[in-house]
Design a protein around this ligand. Sequence first.
Ligand code: S3P
Length: 172
Amino acid sequence: MRHKILIGFMGSGKSAVSVKLAEMLGWKRLDTDARIEQEQGMTVSEIFRRFGEPAFRGMETRLLQRLAEEKEPLVISAGGGLAVQPQNREYLRKLGDVIWLQVRPETVLERLAEDTTRPLLQGADRKRRVESLLAAREPLYRAAADYSVDTDGSSPRQIAEEILRITEGGHI
Ligand code: S3P
């Protein structure tokens, strides 16, 4: 199934862009964090706290495997760590077009200044945490993606239009 999968760091705008892109394509959307929260009956933070990050990563991989069986194409926004797990790369590739939303650390810090829902960004020195995690992940996002889009300074609608242009070759 040729889904369109948005990957990238926390705060890169995957959810907002997926809403616009799904509207434009007339497709349904699926957010991996939201689906896991719904299935587990608890928030991502609670899952990390009660079961630990490796358990959450297992849930992500199992969800990816199931998405290959979907009959209708979906716009999928993937949690920020999903595409950087080596075991997920092959599944992602088989699911469809993988689009990396690139973002600068300054933008992430601005957007997530008040956020309390991302367990990996809690605690002291958020700036260093974002900078080092983003730097470590960038080559992995690049390796997982078929396409990349710069998001700094663009609206979700503009980014969704750019995604359509690059993945559909202007045929939509
Ligand atoms: C994570 C990103 C989050 C969520 C979890 C872990 C990550 O998703 O899956 O907190 O490892 O980058 P968003 O990218 O939607 O914030």
